[in-house]
Design a protein around this ligand. Structure first.
Ligand code: CMC
Length: 428
């Protein structure tokens, strides 16, 4: 709370509303009493000016291109930390010491196996099902398997559910891939790191083991860190809203996965690589830039633009460097990477993109890396979901442990017909 007040004049009344400060970032006007006092709602479709909650997890300054998790800048975490450490940080608020990190990693490792019955659940899907459809189904189905972790008022049960979700997501994701290519499922191995284990479960076959390359493991771990959390984005808000009714956490995460799938959100990494492939060669870039600028053409430059970042996306910088490292290491000469770099240069100098503050986002380069590692495009958003599960469960925990938490229930501006009498069928 500050001494500041915001005054709203409605007809002949002046109403004062408290202005609340966070630790950093824009202040908010507390309008919770507005409806009771005026009979009016605020109108903010797309929530461009609405803080839906308070949160101590992640801070974004979109004008400066800053992203902090619990105060730590994303580039420092990506360069110096590990995904397990970031997961601990997001869940618990502080970086772990060595023993705590080992304990946490051990706990996650011990939860990576799935109930064997779940393996049969996969077989209900068509082989050509999109892996995000499988993710929605399988993660939702976990709620049927873990009744003991559905008492969400118990912090211990919440913690176990969170650990299970973080631990099982790589197994579920790898199995979705294996199912789509018709290969047998590969079980997790406890002697490997979280990320190496995931890569092995994805790429190993009974006839030939996959030995994870440390450069690839490191790149994948960075990609997971870069996707771990991102404040109140659409899928996180979905998880919070679903969770606000007291729903089962596994079902809430399935709701988040469904939201993430869309091309305006997590689905953009798949769409961005498909777009780069469609462009194919640098000489065709101007044609696509012209289409992106044409109001009558629904085409957008995928992997460009962001609701919050209006300067640059700090995750995209790390991603671009990681793409160079991975392609160099693998000796891959992917023409798509040349198209991406050239497209970035051309777009950054174009008045349309400058005026609208459109910059490459996290999804622009991630597809180039994932494709070089060997993932098919339809797996890209699955990897995003795997990493974002950490943010989703941390945000869900934060919300449920807040004693003032209430069900999320937005209101609306009604534009339908006024009251009218029912007309019987024979009179219409
Ligand atoms: N290509 C061409 N024009 C664009 C683009 C783009 N990628 N993004 C925004 N614009 C234009 C848009 O047409 C609009 O123009 P006008 O003011 O003339 O109507 C203006 O820029 C503002 O766009 P908006 O759609 O009102 O902005 P938004 O904040 O609602 O949308 C966005 C943000 C990320 C959905 C959008 O930039 C977009 O669709 N980008 C492509 C998809 C993408 O890369 N998404 C990944 C986002 S980052 C990861 C994640 O969140 O999951």
């Amino acid at each position: 709370m500050t001494d500041k007040k915001a005054t709203l004049s409605v007809e002949d009344k002046n109403l004062d509303y408290a202005v609340i400060s966070g630790s950093i970032g824009p202040q908010v006007i507390d309008i919770r009493k507005l409806y009771a006092q005026t009979g009016m709602f605020t109108y903010d479709p797309g929530f461009t000016s609405t803080a839906s909650c308070d949160s101590a997890l992640t801070y974004i300054d979109g004008d400066q291109g800053i992203l902090l998790h619990r105060g730590y800048p994303i580039d420092q975490l990506a360069e110096q930390s590990s995904f397990m450490e970031v997961a601990y940080l997001l869940l618990n608020g502080e970086l772990p010491d060595g023993d705590t990190l080992s304990d946490f990693t051990r706990t996650i490792t011990r939860h990576t196996m799935l109930h064997e019955q779940l393996a049969t659940f996969y077989r209900g899907f068509r082989r050509d099902a999109h892996p995000m459809a499988i993710m929605c189904g399988v993660v939702g189905a976990l709620s049927a398997f873990y009744h003991d972790s559905t008492d969400i008022s118990d912090p211990v049960q919440r913690k176990i559910a969170s650990h299970r979700l973080i631990a099982k997501m790589p197994t579920i994701a790898a199995m979705a891939y294996k199912y789509s290519v018709g290969q047998p499922f590969v079980y997790p191995r406890n002697d490997l790191s979280y990320t190496a284990n995931f890569l092995r479960m994805t790429f190993s076959v009974p006839a030939e083991d996959y030995i994870p390359d440390p450069v690839i493991v490191d790149a994948m771990d960075k990609i997971f860190i870069l996707h771990a959390d991102h404040e109140q984005n659409a899928s996180t808000s979905t998880v919070r809203l679903a969770g606000s009714s007291g729903a089962n956490p596994f079902a809430c995460i399935a709701a988040g996965i469904a939201c993430l799938w869309g091309p305006a959100h997590g689905g953009a990494n798949e769409a961005a690589l498909n777009m780069l492939r469609e462009i194919g060669t640098p000489d065709r870039i101007p044609e696509y830039i012209a289409r992106a600028k044409n109001k009558d053409d629904p085409f957008r430059l995928m992997g460009f633009g962001h609701r919050v970042y209006k300067n640059f996306d700090p995750r995209a910088k790390v991603m671009q460097k990681t793409a160079t490292d991975v392609l160099d290491k693998l000796g891959v000469k992917d023409p798509i990477f040349d198209v991406a770099r050239e497209l970035e240069q051309i777009a950054l100098q174009d008045d349309y993109f400058i005026e609208k503050k459109l910059y490459p986002n996290v999804d622009f380069y991630s597809g180039v890396i994932l494709s070089a590692i060997g993932f098919p495009t339809d797996m890209f958003t699955v990897l995003f979901a795997l990493a974002r599960t950490v943010g989703w469960v941390a945000q869900w925990n934060e919300m449920i442990s807040d004693p003032d938490q209430r069900i999320g229930r937005p209101r609306q501006l009604y534009t339908g017909p006024d009251v009218r009498d029912y007309v019987p069928l024979d009179k219409r």
